[in-house]
Design a protein around this ligand. Structure first.
Ligand code: F3S
Length: 394
């Protein structure tokens, strides 16, 4: 891979061991994937934050690094709400380690807002054709598909390296030719709300890691596309999808319809809702995977107005979104639900103590049984609230 003289100096260690290590990772990836050069990236989103997933080895690796990131950089969800971890039922030993991880990242100049929705944060406004280095799979999908920006699905170390160097290797989804759809997904019915997460859950298994283009009977909202992309990335490994006439590159590029087609019927979507429906009474209900937008918080606040919820219910969102909307948080929490920041139902160890969970996210539906060993069922947001055991106060 071609390197500028400054990049060569970084690789030779002239700017310190941490930058050298970061450059070694970028160059190794570039060589493996045939990149010709490094390109600047506008921001980084770094996975590998929950102590549950990275453990002591990860903490040690981050703690050894020195210097400051060169671009706006933010963290993926941690294993707990950094402020209200005790209320979540997180153990003090875990909390101590989690704080150490966050402090180690903060020392590098990384913003310690832990979220999988960096596109809702100030300073992370990404536009069509911008290059970024993001890691969390739903954030990657949103950047590539809904915004039309360009990122590979970075691992924690490679996103951190990109943050320190301010560049990434130019391969994969940074290149035009890798962004063409190769399979058509034909949806035979109109969908709304959580149907899109169910669609992603069903279609992701068939698509694998390819780039699909969806042909839909109706246009999804951005929140619905967020759910679709998260589920596609979890049940498959889709990092970029297009929707005919909707997503920015599909509109601009007018792609030729791929020869291979995957039909999806209403019955397949319904099967997702039916799984475990009658056999599971959930001990906890979690929504906000990916983290809730302001509109989603508004919808939930409207649904729980005047109600008391009997079961544990988490509404996960980014701390910055919660802090900017204290009225919404208050309205939701009045019902007994908890607005949980910095973390989620999958990466926090606090959900492991429950036997069963209801979710409205295709991604959570795919991961909660495997990563938390908790049985899951899938429901619309309205049915999630009902499952929480509503007492009407009106
Ligand atoms: Fe985000 Fe956690 Fe879901 S990281 S996408 S809320 S599994």
């Amino acid at each position: 891979m071609y390197l500028t003289s400054e990049e060569e100096k970084t690789l030779d260690g002239e700017y310190g061991r941490s930058l050298q290590k970061a450059m070694e990772i970028l160059v190794a990836l570039g060589d493996i994937y045939g990149a010709e050069r490094l390109i600047p990236v506008k921001s980084a989103q770094i996975a590998g934050v929950s102590y549950k997933t990275i453990g002591d080895a990860g903490l040690e690796w981050i703690s050894d690094l020195e210097g400051k990131v060169k671009i706006p950089s933010v963290l993926n969800p941690a294993g707990m709400d950094i402020v209200r971890w005790e209320e979540m039922g997180v153990e003090p030993d875990f909390a101590k380690k989690q704080q150490e991880i966050i402090e180690a990242y903060a020392k590098l100049g990384i913003r310690t807002k832990c979220t999988c929705t960096p596109y809702y944060l100030e300073g992370f406004d990404v536009k069509l054709d911008d290059h970024v280095a993001w890691s969390e799979s739903s954030a990657v999908s949103y950047a590539n598909s809904v915004i039309g920006a360009r990122t590979n699905r970075e691992g924690g170390p490679s996103a951190l390296s990109a943050a320190l160097v301010g560049k990434t290797a130019n391969y994969g989804y940074h290149l035009d030719e890798m962004r063409e759809p190769v399979v058509a997904v034909e949806v035979d019915c109109k969908l709304s709300g959580s149907d899109f997460g169910a669609l992603g859950y069903v279609a992701g298994k068939e698509i694998g890691s390819r780039v699909p283009i969806f042909y839909m009977k109706n246009k999804p909202s951005k929140n619905e596309m967020k759910s679709l992309g998260a589920a596609l990335a979890a049940s498959g490994a889709v990092a970029l999808y297009h929707i005919e006439g909707v997503t920015p590159e599909a509109v601009r590029n007018k792609f030729t319809r791929p020869d291979e087609g995957i039909p999806v019927e209403r019955t397949q979507i319904d099967e997702v809702y039916e799984t475990n429906k009658d056999i599971l009474s959930s001990e906890i209900i979690t929504v906000g995977c990916p983290h809730c937008s302001v509109e989603e918080l508004e919808e939930i606040a409207g649904l729980v107005e005047g109600k008391k919820l009997q079961k544990e219910i988490w509404v996960c969102t980014a701390r910055e979104v919660a802090e900017k909307n204290p009225d919404l948080v208050q309205r939701i929490e009045k019902s007994g639900a908890k607005v949980v920041c910095d973390t989620c139902m999958v990466v926090s160890p606090a959900t492991n103590r429950y036997a069963s969970m209801t979710v409205n996210s295709g991604k959570a539906f795919a991961y909660v049984p495997s990563m938390c060993k908790v049985a899951a069922k899938y429901a619309s947001i309205e049915d999630c609230i009902k499952e929480a055991g509503v007492i009407d106060e009106n």
